[in-house]
Design a protein around this ligand. Structure first.
Ligand SMILES: Cc1ncc(COP(=O)(O)O)c(C=O)c1O
Length: 459
């Protein structure tokens, strides 16, 4: 064992691996450098970052403008208590007000997406009391705290519920999952039943304070709703006096082409939470943004929330340069060009592989749903398999891609295609050539049929 290998082993031995069996956290990969869309292991081998790490490094690695701003802030004033104002916070708010949907004009700053959603919960439950119930959906991830996991519909809620540390009052609604519609209907004949059902739920439940939704479901499928979905959800919320929370932790910051994914539907939520791309992950920031409807309540109320690191000056220093870099990227035309090219080429690759059942997404945010049988849509693996320890087909495909220099996050049924937004056409070709080869791993165990790949986000 080399010196480096023994140091990695020692580090792993003395830390908890996240979302993992600890027996599997023995020799994680050491990453020593990253630049642009690539990161490098200790031997200097490059990997294309085809998932922007955890769908957060939107502007790629080693962006000089962001690094310079953070270094400057570190030298000047890294931290003061959140009861003071810093120039860093003033500039972050100014930058945000120029890019956030107008109406979302009051912010709370924390240090993660999870905390951004915790902040939303506090705003909702304080302002809507005695209503307290929150409606979420099964295909969702909203964070790692007792509140975040309670809102979460994905397999990680299981252990949290068994250990009884989630919060109460959360109800789950049917997903807007057109490839596997929970009502067994087809768009447009379905008349977006999944949205209409929310009205029924709210009225039957009573005491519903808010609905929390990922505009395009992230980890749990890159599920893109049809054009009618969000206008209808907005109407149902308004008619029933329920707040709409858009969790844009993953979908925000041009990931889906627009500054925020809700902009694709032109619908304004009452609260928007975001994190990840707001600093392109150079510093940890979570943002809970509220409209006047929510914020005004607290004028005469005690806002019962805060953290030592809320409004942390060093972390907020990354926001203004990140906003400026996003604008430059839009102006250069690369954002739109890259997204169009990615879509076209991904459709081509997906069509060739019988193990790809559905290809769906928006902008630079795509999912390939991996199936055993494209015709019957029989999956290789299901939700319950995620925490069973069973080797998953998506994991096998992602491991094959990784061997060949392509990093791709994998869920139990989908592969995550979410590269940094700075990716060029040539780099997309480079990545898709590796993906094309890796998908053969799935093809070998898939049933060959004459069915075509589904494109469930084409409405
Ligand atoms: C939609 C969504 N909400 C919340 C979170 C939690 O964010 P964080 O991991 O920064 O706490 C995530 C993380 O992936 C997410 O995708």
């Amino acid at each position: 064992m080399t010196d480096v290998q023994s140091k990695i082993k020692e580090m792993a031995e003395h830390t908890f691996g996240t979302w993992n069996w600890q027996k599997a956290w023995k020799s994680p990969m050491l990453v020593t450098d990253a630049e642009g869309i690539y990161f490098y292991d200790a031997a200097g081998k490059p990997y294309i970052d085809f998932s922007s790490q955890l769908m957060c490094s939107n502007l790629g690695h080693k962006n000089p403008a962001i690094i310079e701003a953070v270094v400057r802030q570190a030298e000047k004033l890294p931290y003061v208590a959140p009861g003071f104002v810093t120039e860093s916070a003033i500039e972050a708010v100014e930058a945000l007000r120029g890019i956030m949907p107008s109406g979302l004009s009051k912010f709370f700053f924390s240090t993660s997406g999870t905390e951004a959603n915790d902040g939303a919960l506090i705003m909702v439950r304080q302002s809507k009391a005695p209503a307290y119930k929150i409606i979420s959906r099964y295909h969702s991830y909203h964070g790692a705290t007792p509140a975040g996991l309670a809102f979460t519909g994905d397999p990680r809620r299981g252990p949290a519920e068994r250990a009884r540390y989630t919060i109460g009052g959360v109800r789950f609604a049917p997903d807007c999952y057109c490839y596997r519609c929970p009502f067994g209907l087809e768009y447009p004949d379905c008349r977006v039943q999944c949205a209409r059902y929310l009205d029924y739920m709210i009225k039957e439940e009573g005491n519903v304070a808010a609905i929390i939704l990922e505009p395009v479901v992230g980890t749990n499928g890159r599920l893109v709703p049809p054009p009618e979905y969000f206008p209808l959800v907005r109407k149902i919320c308004d008619e029933n006096g329920v707040l709409l929370i858009a969790d844009e932790v993953m979908t925000g910051w041009f990931r889906t082409g627009k500054p925020f994914a809700m902009d694709n539907w032109d619908v304004l939520p009452d609260i928007m939470t975001t994190a990840k791309g707001c600093t392109s992950a150079y510093t940890p920031v979570g943002i809970t943004a509220a409209t006047g409807k929510v914020a005004d309540f607290f004028e005469e109320e005690f806002f019962c929330h805060g953290h030592t690191y809320a409004y942390h000056a060093l972390t907020l220093a990354a926001i203004p340069p990140a906003v400026a870099e996003y604008r430059k990227l839009v102006d250069s035309g690369l954002l739109t060009r890259g997204a169009a090219y990615l879509k076209e080429k991904l459709y081509e690759v997906a069509a060739k592989h019988p193990c790809v059942g559905d290809v769906r997404g928006l902008g630079h945010f795509w999912g390939l749903e991996i199936v055993k049988n494209r015709k019957t849509r029989e999956p290789f693996d299901v939700k319950a398999d995620k925490l069973s320890g069973k080797p998953l087909m998506t994991g096998k495909i992602a491991a094959e891609a990784m061997k060949n220099g392509l990093y791709m996050a994998a869920w139990y049924d989908t592969l995550v295609i979410a590269p940094p937004l700075i990716i060029t056409e040539e780099q997309i070709d480079e990545a898709l050539a590796i993906l094309d080869k890796a998908l053969e791993v799935g093809d070998r165990e898939a049933v060959s049929t004459d069915a075509e790949v589904s494109r469930s986000s084409e409405f």
